[in-house]
Write a protein that binds this ligand. Structure first.
Ligand code: LER
Ligand code: MN
Length: 283
């Protein structure tokens, strides 16, 4: 396992990411503090110099384990489950651009908030049909590009469905794509799962990426989650990917990042290098 920290490439209303420093400078700081990876949260890849960021990461010896896409929902309302066909098309188009970014970065592609909520006038099955259609197109393009997708269960206060690992596993089953896995986020799990260890065991080899935050979405160690247990269960299920800190920059990004390293390094020894293309380790 390796440690990574989530940084946004532009200003966002989503509070639990590193922002303020530009992404390249944030990468330099995080590499210096000891992270093996920097996950990039990108609203629109056409607004980002992907080649430059890939070169900065490679020069620093840090991986970009995953690309986050939720800002396109939060800032622009893009949603795969939207009732309007035009919005769904724009969302698929945006995700196809993200597939190309993920390919160039050797990163996983995250589908979380961008799946969108069940709209007020739609029932769950109608929303699922729309989501499966758009996600299926994106998953097929990703498979052709050699990119893997991870779907993130998100807590009920941010999404009106797909809140648990079980729900996301059912969706993946219906999708029937073998390049789609699960991204458990310990903050969401602390709200939604009856047992974090049981949910991780249930997802087992489908866990391809992990977001870490403590119970209050601050740095690991600042809340009441049991990190020794979380890491032990991930080891038990054979997880070898990244623990990616998606946390509030409390009291500052710098202190939150140092605290994450201090607390998680006790359980995850520093590896000589992040393995595999882009540092992501296949399950
Ligand atoms: C949202 O709460 C979150 O955890 C992000 O990773 C979603 O894209
Ligand atoms: Mn997350």
């Amino acid at each position: 396992m390796n440690l990574s920290y989530v940084v946004s490439t532009s200003a966002t209303r989503f509070a639990a990411v590193g922002q303020g420093r530009g992404p390249a400078e944030a990468m330099r700081f995080l590499a210096g503090v000891g992270f093996e990876g920097v996950e990039l949260a990108i609203r629109d890849p056409s607004q980002v110099d992907v080649g430059r960021l890939a070169a900065v990461a490679s020069g620093l010896g840090v991986a970009v384990p995953a690309i986050g896409t939720g800002q396109a929902y939060l800032e622009e309302g893009l949603s795969l489950a939207a009732p309007e066909a035009a919005i769904r098309e724009r969302t698929v188009g945006r995700l196809l651009a993200h597939v190309d970014t993920a390919r160039r970065m050797h990163a996983l592609l995250i589908v979380g908030l961008i799946h969108g909520p069940i709209p007020p006038e739609a029932d769950r099955e109608a929303a699922a049909a729309r989501l499966l259609d758009g996600l299926g197109r994106v998953a097929r393009a990703a498979a052709e590009a050699g990119v893997r997708i991870v779907i993130e269960p998100i807590n009920r206060y941010e999404s009106n469905w797909l809140n648990t690992v079980e729900e996301v596993l059912e969706l993946i089953e219906r999708l029937g794509a073998d390049n789609v896995g699960v991204l458990p986020d310990t903050f969401h799990m602390n709200i939604e799962e009856a047992s974090i260890p049981a949910a991780l065991r249930r997802a087992g080899p489908r866990v391809w990426h992990v977001h870490v935050a403590d119970s209050n979405r601050r740095a690991p160690g600042d809340g009441h989650l049991e990190w020794a247990e979380v890491v032990a269960v991930l080891r038990e299920i054979g997880y070898t990917g990244f623990l990616s800190a998606e946390i509030l920059p409390h009291p500052t990004l710098e202190e939150a990042a140092r605290r994450t390293i201090e607390v998680l390094r006790a359980h995850v020894p520093r590896s000589a290098r992040a393995a595999g293309p882009g540092g992501h380790v296949a399950p």
